[in-house]
Design a protein around this ligand. Sequence first.
Ligand SMILES: NC(=O)c1ccc[n+]([C@@H]2O[C@H](COP(=O)([O-])OP(=O)(O)OC[C@H]3O[C@@H](n4cnc5c(N)ncnc54)[C@H](OP(=O)(O)O)[C@@H]3O)[C@@H](O)[C@H]2O)c1
Length: 380
Amino acid sequence: MGSTTATQNRALWLSSFDKPLELINLPIPDATVGSVVVQVLNTVIQPYAEDIHTGKLPVFNLALPLVPHPSHIGRVYAVGSDAVLAKPGDLVFFSGSIHGRDDPDVGIIQGHHGGEGDSGRKLMQGEWRDGALQQYQKVPLETIFVLDEQRLVKELGYTPADLHELSFYVIGVGAVCEAAKIEAGETIAIGPATGTFGGISCDVALARGANVLALGRSEEKLQRLEKQLGNHERFRYVVMTGDDAADTAAIRNATPDGRGIEVYNDWASGGLTGSPFFSAAIRAMRPSGRIVLSGGPAGDVRVPYALVMHLNLKIIGKIMVTRTGVDLTLKMANSGVLKLGKRGGSTHNIYGLEQHHEAFRHAKKNSGFRVYTDIAPNAW
Ligand SMILES: NC(=O)c1ccc[n+]([C@@H]2O[C@H](COP(=O)([O-])OP(=O)(O)OC[C@H]3O[C@@H](n4cnc5c(N)ncnc54)[C@H](OP(=O)(O)O)[C@@H]3O)[C@@H](O)[C@H]2O)c1
């Protein structure tokens, strides 16, 4: 049963990479067994959203038509008969990562990424095709997380837009906590650190008690990041020069005891080929260090074979996060150790579905760590 009686589902429909998105009316989906229908309150817009919709990023492997866009914050509208916790009216975070129920090796991101191969396409073209740019979205029951509204909204004062910052933090937790398994007192270098996920991962690592070295090419941007992170006493930055020997020495020198880093977390962006800092960072690793590759560049990185062997280094790839990692992120937000919205210094520019063009343009021009553009398909 729905919590209100809605009559229409306004949605942005992508029928072709050659045609602009259309605002249309779709039926409100039914909450069948194993699913939940959520009234979408907020979804943050990535700077490259329009590039996906115009087919410039084939890596997303989207089959059309569909309603695009990944995760959201919403209110449960209706639940399938097997729901044991979620009920209509609950405030929830929907994490778009979906796995085949009969083959968890097959993964997609609902409305956003068609996964790999025929199995990914099959999963994407069925029940879980349509994304968050609509008023009512049907999602798998196991992909929603019921939020503690009393704590997050009434006590900490967060809005749905503030809460959707969780969609970035879960990825940072995936890299820093699940893959790198960072421990308090260890030193992690993160680079490039001046993008959205670099900044998020610095914040997560500081919250977990690590020393953080932010790597970047622009001192001005690194200084801005330092300020955004409250001039934290465990935060330092290194301005990278492109001279690997000098950069490796600078990273070592910036560690508390000058002996190197336990973890390097790489966030090379999608426009790059290879990673600009990998080569210098891997040479600054301490024995048994962990290197986590979580960016999305094209091409390859060169691995110094003997060094990896002699130092017992681990090179780990990491995409997204597990359900346990999302739960950990929520605990960190509830406790206040991760600060969202104004508490963390974030800004949000929020648009309606009708203003999606402005939203995409604004996101492309302005997005970054703690500078967000959002679409709110329903009023809060
Ligand atoms: N693992 C996952 O689950 C996951 C999830 C989401 C996204 N990603 C991937 O994470 C990557 C980063 O995303 P993002 O949104 O944080 O990117 P972003 O905000 O666009 O950040 C780009 C970063 O790359 C740096 N950069 C760009 N060109 C450079 C160059 N030539 N030399 C040195 N630094 C350069 C920028 O430095 P300046 O500030 O100096 O320009 C900035 O720090 C993307 O590829 C994305 O696909 C992964």
